[in-house]
Ligand binder design. Structure first.
Ligand SMILES: C[S@@+](CC[C@H](N)C(=O)[O-])C[C@H]1O[C@@H](n2cnc3c(N)ncnc32)[C@H](O)[C@@H]1O
Length: 325
């Protein structure tokens, strides 16, 4: 039996699914328009001012997926700025190219396959290198940060947008106060074991957002600044707002397609790697089935509500003017 998704902030439920198996391709079906609701327009304007995007002539979006992040940033760079998108997945690259051309038919852009750990870009060739929910998926994010720095010119900026999904996994909803405390403790423990188990298996670090400023400093980036994105996605009956409809549609899509974390074998492997024994794995699995069913029922009954906030960091560093060595 495959449980339905629990309600969590979108950074979690999308990225949890997408990172379920590093071997599984990131289906284009995971990249729905719900990703555009991760940002408020006025916040992006503020961010654009802080990052002085109006002065960026070349911007690279690494692990671009189908281009949601660079598609948003394109609004804020000069019309003749070159946008470069790199992703290791050929289907995503094609999707990004098509999507960007649809959104910005007259803008210079180039999308290419490439590995974040060995970018197909020359040294110092962009003014700003960025990524959104890429580094949390990597076993060695430090190597990707070094590459982001290498391709950015001296004085240019590296901008990483990454969540702390461990924090986001224990988000509160209207069901929280009515859930017995012991079940909540099991839930939180399972989340900790799962996140740690995935990290130990080399599947990425879900709480990387909190570690990034330190990693940036260690890599030699300067003038490090850290902000938190202000966008919440409240889930309030009758769930009529477009972003809520998009979330429900995404939920249905993932449900139909199936996903790794909701496969008991994957769940068990992740928890076992997080030092859970078989009895605890089974208890956690049953609890997850029950709480997912309760969330579904509460949504059907229009009883479910949540503020939908999440911890989503924007971490910025400047590449030193002098060579780092
Ligand atoms: C969670 S998705 C984020 C996509 C996009 N940045 C967005 O926010 O919509 C992660 C993306 O990183 C890509 N990716 C994962 N590991 C990569 C690597 N080593 N090099 C390049 N791309 C990678 C995946 O193919 C996927 O498209």
């Amino acid at each position: 039996m495959r449980p339905r998704l629990q309600r969590m902030p979108p950074y979690v439920f999308e990225d949890w699914i997408m990172s379920a198996s590093s071997a599984a391709p990131h289906s284009a079906a995971y990249f729905g328009e719900e990703r555009d609701y991760w940002w408020n327009d006025d916040y992006l304007e503020l961010l654009a001012r802080r990052l002085r995007l109006d002065q960026v002539a070349r911007l690279a979006d690494i692990g671009c997926g189908i281009g949601h992040w660079c598609g948003l940033l394109a609004r804020h760079v000069p019309a003749d700025a070159q946008i470069i998108g790199i992703d290791r997945d050929a289907t995503n690259v094609a999707g990004a190219r098509a999507r960007f051309a649809r959104l910005w038919p007259d803008r210079p852009a180039r999308f290419a396959e490439g590995d974040a750990l060995a970018l197909p870009l020359g040294d110092g060739t962009v003014d700003l290198a960025t990524c959104q929910t890429l580094l949390i998926h990597l076993a060695e994010p430090e190597r990707a940060i070094a590459e982001l720095m290498r391709v950015t010119r001296p004085g240019g900026q590296v901008v990483a947008v990454e969540p702390n999904n461990l924090f986001n996994r224990i988000a509160v909803s209207s069901l929280t106060p009515e859930t017995p405390l012991d079940e909540r403790i099991t839930e939180v423990t399972a989340a900790l074991r799962l996140v740690e188990g995935r990290r130990r298996q080399g599947l990425g670090c879900e709480y990387l957002g909190d570690l990034l400023p330190g990693l940036f400093a260690r890599a030699g980036l300067e003038d490090i600044r850290v902000w938190v994105a202000d966008c919440a996605l409240p889930f309030v009956p009758p769930y009529a707002a477009p972003e809520q409809q998009a979330q429900l549609a995404a939920h249905a899509r993932w449900q139909a397609e199936g996903s790794g974390p909701y496969d008991r074998a994957v769940f068990a492997a992740d928890l076992a790697a997080g030092s859970a024994d078989e009895a605890e794995i089974e208890r956690s699995w049953q609890m997850m089935l029950a709480s997912a069913a309760a969330a579904d029922q509460a949504i059907t009954d229009r009883r479910y509500h949540a503020a939908g906030g999440g911890l989503f960091y924007i971490v910025v560093g400047r590449v030193p003017e002098r060579p780092i060595r």
